[in-house]
Design a binder for this molecule. Structure first.
Ligand code: DQQ
Length: 455
């Protein structure tokens, strides 16, 4: 986002939603209101580090350009959220926008309402509305996700049973204030999906229901596709929402046309000191549309509205016939593997190759990965490789849809995999884009590249 506070920062994204300065993490309280999409988010007004959690607020008419609005929630000294307003959701309660969120410490559930189109928020005087978890050895009790079924409100709270596995605890209420614990929506296996599920999100898609959870320490958002009956969920298919390890705490929203849109928090990949020095940390992912595929896995696509940001366009077939440079690009590439062992895109490359990031498909392992070992000459930067399985059918081409926005890369592959990551090239001339292959030749069927305009 163009920002006078950081005119010369080469790493600050230009077309992603982020606060004007300081720290942000999880998306919170996504709500459609009077024709606009409102995104709230975990925010620390006191610097570019996690702490004193508030709720920041932005709204958009087009999912692309965002207006920053006043901070919605701040901790109340002496109140149940004295130590922070943690994550939660927003619902439209008969025309009254209402937040359900976690106050700390300890973790309790709180309610707030707005009577002025969400500019200011009043916390319920009787907070907390849920003062303690049910009996049992829980690993956490936070991040309410609320929806309405008939006349009843249903809430999930992210949790887990010690030694057993992550869970989402299901409560019901007639008025959003008085809640009754029912049972766990479902329970995971500790060894497979962790012991504590943060930020549950639950919604119908096609003829299935989807549960998204962010297991503590996993750096990933898992999805489960399954059946919801008697207020219990039976997972049938599962997968990773993103291979990149820089996409977390995702929340979704059904838009006016019924599309299911997902946003996640992309955290930084550099030291806390570097983040503080930058004055900002955390980026909201681009909105991505979720679909249910015929094999009951999830499909992912960037919201089509993003096309309105496209600027200068270049189209190639076979090979890049002219140099392409940029740090704010959209790239659509279709590549047939040919006889190559590995192939993909070389991004943000310096003229002498001393910095470069490889987005690679490896045929032997069938993995799509981002190789960041040479992504930066700076010592402050994480350079771990990140990859995930993407099995291509024998005659299937690799179809990459890449959004490069300075330090953030978001990749959509073959409509069924995503990889979000962060890079911080230190050289100002690390700008080249190339196609490469290894151990043989891959065939570029088509390549479209757009400059992307700042928002
Ligand atoms: N972030 C919030 C918690 C949530 C975690 C605190 C997930 O509510 O569990 O900032 O990133």
């Amino acid at each position: 986002m163009t920002n006078p506070l950081f005119p010369n920062d080469p790493h600050r994204p230009t077309y992603h939603l982020m606060p004007p300065a300081n720290w942000m993490n999880d998306p919170n309280g996504l709500l459609l209101w009077k024709g606009e999409t409102h995104v709230f988010y975990q925010y620390n007004p006191n610097g570019a580090f996690w702490g004193t959690m508030h709720w920041g607020h932005a709204a958009s008419k087009d999912l692309v350009h965002w207006t920053h609005l006043p901070v919605a929630l701040a901790p109340t000294p002496g109140g149940p959220d004295w130590d922070g307003c943690f994550s939660g959701c927003a619902v439209d309660n008969d025309g009254v926008p209402t937040f359900l969120y976690t106050g700390v410490s300890p973790e309790v559930q709180c309610l707030a309402v707005s009577h002025d189109d969400m500019i200011t928020w009043e916390k319920y005087a009787g907070n907390p509305v849920i003062a303690a978890p049910p009996d049992g050895d829980v690993t956490g009790f936070r991040d309410p996700c609320v929806w309405k079924e008939g006349n009843e409100w249903v809430m999930l709270i992210g949790s887990g049973w010690k030694g057993v596995g992550g869970t989402a605890l299901l409560y019901t209420s007639a008025d959003l204030i008085h809640w009754t614990y029912q049972h766990p929506l479902c329970i995971g296996h500790r060894e497979e999906t962790g012991e504590m599920w943060e930020c549950p999100d639950f919604f119908p898609l096609g003829d299935k229901h989807i549960l998204l959870v962010s297991p503590v320490g996993s750096n990933t958002v898992l999805y489960f596709v399954g059946t919801y009956a008697d207020r219990k969920f039976t997972p049938e298919v599962s997968g990773d929402c993103d291979f990149g390890r820089h996409f977390y705490a995702a929340k979704s929203l059904a838009d006016a046309s019924g599309r299911r849109l997902l946003w996640g928090w992309s955290w930084e990949g550099r030291t806390v000191e570097a983040q503080k020095a930058a004055g900002w940390a955390g980026v909201m992912s681009l909105p991505r549309e979720l679909t249910l595929r015929s094999d009951n896995t999830l499909g992912f696509a960037p919201a089509t509205e993003l096309q309105t940001l496209r600027g200068a366009h270049r189209h190639f077939t076979g090979a890049l016939t002219e140099p392409v440079q940029g740090d704010s690009l959209e790239i659509l590439a279709e590549i047939a593997p040919g006889d190559a062992e590995a192939f993909g895109l070389r991004l943000r490359a310096a003229p002498d190759g001393s910095e470069q990031t490889l987005l690679t498909y490896d045929r032997a392992t069938q993995r799509l990965g981002l190789h960041r070992e040479q992504s930066s000459l700076s010592p402050d930067v994480n350079r771990d490789g990140q990859s995930g399985k993407l099995a291509l059918a024998p005659d299937e081409t690799l179809q990459l849809h890449v959004f490069l926005d300075r330090s953030i890369i978001e990749v959509f592959a073959n409509g069924r995999a995503c990889l979000t990551s962060r890079i911080y090239p230190a050289r100002t001339d690390s700008l080249s884009l190339e196609i490469y292959s290894y151990g043989g030749n891959a065939e570029v069927r088509s390549l479209d590249i757009w400059d992307i305009r700042a928002i």
